[in-house]
Design a binder for this molecule. Structure first.
Ligand code: IPM
Ligand code: MG
Length: 355
């Protein structure tokens, strides 16, 4: 099989972790007899420095004409003072919107070898295997009107939280589909005791459940969900929620697993999907060969499965990650006494060798 992949290394540790994923993908290509062709594109701070915009048309064009997109991370202190439309993060939001990626899949799975790396007790987190399905192109992130203005003589900032029935229905359906292939339990998270958008969300989710009689739907308020995630995370299997709640809850779910450096994500719904680690650009360790490449490698594994249908290759990568961790190989973020410390490159090579 021949596939074209657009690589968007981005900023900070982005280039290092994407390079790590490519090391593993190249090994997959040899082992399973595929050809992966790479194109590199700029986004975020790197694009601002080179072209003065966070998301150049050339990047969007490359993404649209490839089979999948793998992104490292965008952002950094250098560009923080920029006005809103010139922030690196706009690149990510632009890619999601332009590519129609409304479904963000964020698995938070504990690797057995790392159960002690969690801030929570082993017995609370051992066996945790949650998928957060986050709506990605609506809600507060994109609702209009949004902006700054003067009201009653003082500056105000405002955003709009808005969802249409069809936006809710398609993400809830995507989550039901995922739940159907797992434990057949779906928890829809909202704030229906306060917000109109959430009342609409809950009604549409309940209606959609009729299409999936084999899946059990429950509802939970977002504040309670954030508490339950640390109290008893094992009660959850698939969680579906709107954009902002999903942003927050997915970081919380990620941290259950010990390191945000381990977690992958897929953004689906358009003709070409985007894969990226859940973590950010970590400017403090950029360029030092310290970054954990596993989240990006696991994102590439999701790409193999979701975009290319290469389930065997995807499983081989997941399995390689588990084996490497089982052997006690660690990057700095998950290093504990008695384990072997590797750099970013060393970790990627170890995973590739296991593939
Ligand atoms: C994420 C990030 C982004 C978001 C930022 C960088 C725009 O936090 O992917 O979760 O808020 O969606
Ligand atoms: Mg986030």
């Amino acid at each position: 099989m021949k596939k074209t992949i657009t690589l968007i290394p981005g900023d900070g540790i982005g280039p290092e972790v994407v390079a790590g994923a490519v090391t593993v993908l190249n090994r997959v290509a040899v082992r399973f007899g595929h050809t992966f062709e790479y194109r590199t594109a700029l986004a975020g701070g790197a694009a601002l420095d080179a072209h003065g915009v966070p998301l150049p048309d050339d990047t969007l064009g490359k993404c649209r004409t490839s089979d999948a997109v793998l992104l490292g991370a965008v952002g950094g202190p250098k560009w923080d003072p920029n006005p809103q439309h010139l922030k690196p993060e706009r690149a990510l939001l632009g890619l999601r919107k332009e590519l129609g990626l409304f479904a963000n899949i964020r698995p938070a799975k504990i690797y057995a070898a790392l159960a002690d790396a969690s801030a929570l007790k082993r017995e609370v987190v051992e066996g945790v295997d949650i998928v957060v399905v986050r709506e990605l192109t609506g809600g507060l992130y994109f609702g209009k009107p949004a902006g700054f203005e003067m009201r009653n003589g003082e500056p105000v900032g405002f955003n709009t939280m808005i969802y249409s029935e069809s936006e809710v229905r398609r993400i809830v359906r995507a989550a039901f589909d995922i739940a159907r292939k797992r434990s057949k339990r779906l928890c829809s998270v909202d704030k229906a005791n306060v917000l109109e958008t959430s009342q609409l969300w809950r009604r549409v989710a309940t209606e959609t459940a009729a299409e999936f009689p084999d899946v059990e739907l429950s509802h939970m308020y977002v504040d309670n969900c954030s508490m339950q995630l640390v109290r008893n995370p094992k009660q959850f299997d698939v969680i579906v929620t709107e954009n902002m709640f999903g942003d927050i809850l997915s970081d919380e779910a990620a941290m259950l697993t010990g390191s945000i450096g381990m977690l992958a994500s897929a953004s689906l719904g358009g003709t070409v999907a985007l894969y990226e680690p859940v973590h950010g650009s970590a400017p403090d360790i950029a360029g030092q060969d310290k970054a954990n490449p596993i989240a990006t490698i696991a994102s590439a594994a999701m790409m193999l499965k979701y975009s290319f249908g290469l389930t065997d290759a995807s499983d081989a990568v997941e399995h390689a990650i588990e084996t490497v961790l089982g052997k006690g190989l660690r990057t700095g973020d998950i290093h504990t006494p008695g384990t072997t410390l590797l750099g970013s490159k060393g970790m990627a090579e170890a995973v590739a060798a296991e593939v």
